[in-house]
Write a protein that binds this ligand. Structure first.
Ligand code: SAM
Length: 290
C-alpha cells in the first residue's frame, strides 16, 4: 500500500566519513539511507552549505546545533585536517557535494584521501549521478564505458582530449556546459566523424528533461539555432574501426599541424587512427617542411 515515506531516522552512526549522494534535479531522488545519515551525523560538511541546508529542510531534517562545514575546491586542503581530526575523535561526518555524487567532477577526493591515509573509515550513501543517469537513457551500449568529465575549455586542448578519446573501445560520458555544447559537437564531428552515435542528455530528472539520440550530424541539426540551456551530459557511442585511407590521415594531420607542433600533431593523429607514431611522425615532418 502506498503511503508517506518513512521519516528519516536518527541512528547512532559509527565514526567515519560518509560520502552522501544528493539529487541531480528532483529532490525526492535522495535515498532513505542518505536522509538517515544526514539526520544522524555528528558533523555535516558540504560543497555548498546553503544547498545542503535547503535539501535537508525539504526533507524535514534540522541541522540543529551540529557543525556545518563548507568544504569545496578552494578550501578542501585547509578544512580536511579538521574533518579528519573530528573522525579520529570518534565523530561521524556526512559530506555532500552540490549535486549528485561527491568526487564525480566534484570536490571530495582530497578529503576522502586524507581520511583513508589516516586509516579511518570511509563509506558511502550512494545515489544519483548525472553520468550514470545519462548512460541509462542514452540507448548506447553500457557494458563498457569511460567517464571523461568536462572537456578542457581551451580549443587545442579540447581537440587533443577528443583525439585521445576517439579510438577508445567504450561508450564515453562527458559533462558539458550549454554554452560550449555547439562547439563540442562541431569538434566531435571533426574528430570522431559525423556518423558517430551520440546522445545529448539535458536537464535529467527535471521538468525540461530531454534526450536527443542520433549521429553527431543529426544531433547538431536538432539543436541548430537553439539557445541551449540547463545541464548537459554527452554520451558518445563506441567508434567503429577507423578507416584510415591516406587522404583522411593526411587531412587530419594537416589540421592538427595548424595548431600543434609536429611531434604533438603526429602523436594525436597516430592515436586517433590507431597508426604507428613513427610512421605518422615521418609524414608530419614532410608536411611540416612543405
Ligand atoms: N557530481 C555530479 C554528478 O555526480 O553527476 C556532477 C557535478 S558537475 C560539477 C555538474 C555537471 O554534471 C553539469 O555541468 C552537467 O554536465 C552534469 N549534470 C548535473 N546534473 C545534471 C542533470 N540534471 N542533467 C544533465 N546533466 C547534469
Amino acid at each position: 500500500m502506498a503511503g508517506a515515506p518513512p521519516a528519516p531516522q536518527t541512528l547512532p552512526l559509527a565514526p567515519g566519513l560518509y560520502l552522501v549522494s544528493t539529487p541531480i534535479g528532483a529532490a525526492r531522488d535522495i535515498t532513505l539511507r542518505a536522509l538517515d545519515v544526514l539526520a544522524s551525523a555528528d558533523v555535516l560538511a558540504a560543497e555548498d552549505t546553503r544547498t545542503l541546508r535547503h535539501l535537508m529542510e525539504i526533507h524535514g531534517i534540522a541541522v540543529g546545533d551540529r557543525p556545518l562545514i563548507a568544504c569545496h575546491d578552494h578550501n578542501e586542503a585547509q578544512v580536511s585536517p579538521r574533518i579528519v581530526k573530528a573522525i579520529a575523535e570518534g565523530k561521524s561526518v556526512a559530506y555532500a557535494s552540490e549535486a549528485g555524487t561527491p568526487m564525480v567532477s566534484d570536490p571530495g577526493f582530497p578529503l576522502a584521501r586524507a581520511v583513508i591515509a589516516e586509516g579511518l573509515p570511509v563509506t558511502a550513501a550512494p545515489g544519483p549521478s548525472a553520468a550514470i543517469c545519462a548512460l541509462t537513457l542514452a540507448g548506447l551500449p553500457t557494458d563498457r564505458f569511460l567517464f571523461a568529465g568536462f572537456a578542457p575549455t581551451q580549443k587545442s586542448a579540447r581537440r587533443s582530449f577528443l583525439q585521445e578519446l576517439a579510438p577508445i573501445p567504450a561508450t564515453l560520458v562527458l559533462y558539458e556546459s550549454p554554452k560550449r555544447i555547439n562547439q563540442l559537437l562541431e569538434e566531435c564531428c571533426e574528430t570522431l566523424g559525423e556518423g558517430r552515435k551520440i546522445a545529448l542528455c539535458r536537464e535529467l530528472t527535471k521538468r525540461f528533461e530531454e534526450v536527443l539520440r542520433g549521429t553527431v550530424a543529426e544531433v547538431r541539426q536538432a539543436i541548430c539555432g537553439r539557445d541551449m540551456k540547463g545541464e548537459i551530459v554527452l554520451v558518445i557511442g563506441r567508434g567503429e574501426k577507423v578507416v584510415s585511407d591516406a587522404a583522411t590521415v593526411e587531412a587530419a594531420l594537416e589540421k592538427a599541424l595548424e595548431e600543434m607542433t609536429v611531434k604533438d600533431a603526429a602523436a594525436a593523429v597516430a592515436e586517433a587512427f590507431g597508426l604507428p607514431r613513427r610512421e605518422v611522425y615521418q609524414l608530419a615532418l614532410q608536411r611540416g617542411k612543405g
